[in-house]
Design a protein around this ligand. Sequence first.
Ligand code: PHE
Length: 342
Amino acid sequence: MDQIVQQIAAYRQEIESLEIGSPQQLEEYRIKFLGTKGIVKALFGEMRNVPNEQKKAFGQVLNEFKQFAEAKYEGAKEVADNGPQAADDIDLSLPGDPLVAGSRHPINLVRKRIIDIFHRLGFAVADGPEVEDDWHNFTALNLPEHHPARDMQDTFYISQNPDWLLRTHTSNVQTREMEKGQLPIRIICPGRVYRNETISARAHCFFHQVEGLYIDEHVSFADLKQTLYFFVQELFGKDVKVRFRPSYFPFTEPSAEMDISCLICGGKGCRVCKHSGWVEILGCGMVHPRVLENCGIDANKYTGYAFGMGIERITMLQYGINDLRLFSENDLRFLKQFTGAV
Ligand code: PHE
């Protein structure tokens, strides 16, 4: 009997190390161990050769082994029925599921490029509300009520509360940052702004801006020029030329507008630059001392510069887009042209 018990132990080991990976192997296993002419049956047949006093113990060993062999079968069958497909069922020649990658909106693409450049110069991104009160959008910025310069930005007011409006520029974020009183300040403010313009190829009732503000001791107009010059060279390439023209903004003094040499004709003159060779891309200037005081900053100690640009305008120049309305029409024929641009 000892011999048979040893034999059973060997079978056990065999079953344990057996890997059943296909329905075919499963069936082979069943026939070998559990079939009518299988090993389990044969072992039960040995019962009659075992002496009577050992029959009970032997029966126990046999039953345990039978259960073990059956459990292996059930486990492997379950995997075969529900588990992953057997390797030879997979057709590797079938085409894969296509991975549809979207693309960024061109306005987002250019906004990201602008932010990246200023990031490298140490500017942090600041954010603020699109529905703003009069103080943060106008009055604090040296644009009191009835100031004629308010006409430069035709504004949507909220009729239920005329103190609220849709911000006309992201300078409201600058006001809010200055009021926090944590100096120095070096921020850029990207965001959507609203103006009551008639919609055309060149104007829309909403558009996007990036404005910048740097306030510290001894900040000068030279710093402003140098920063903006670096910026346009990074964005448009080293060959681009710039010029500053005196201008007027109530919140900066002196104020200027910055032009770059036309990217389309290289400065020779074309329709885009109206045959002047130059295109205007941003407004800028030294923060007016009254604005600093309005926001609680000591104008005798601190100076600063600010600038603001429209993202649509720069995107149109970079990609040769001739109609502003394309940005918000969501026409896939337009948007798909930016596929792959990340
Ligand atoms: N806020 C101005 C505008 O939207 C742009 C600007 C910002 C000009 C800062 C000068 C300085 O028109």
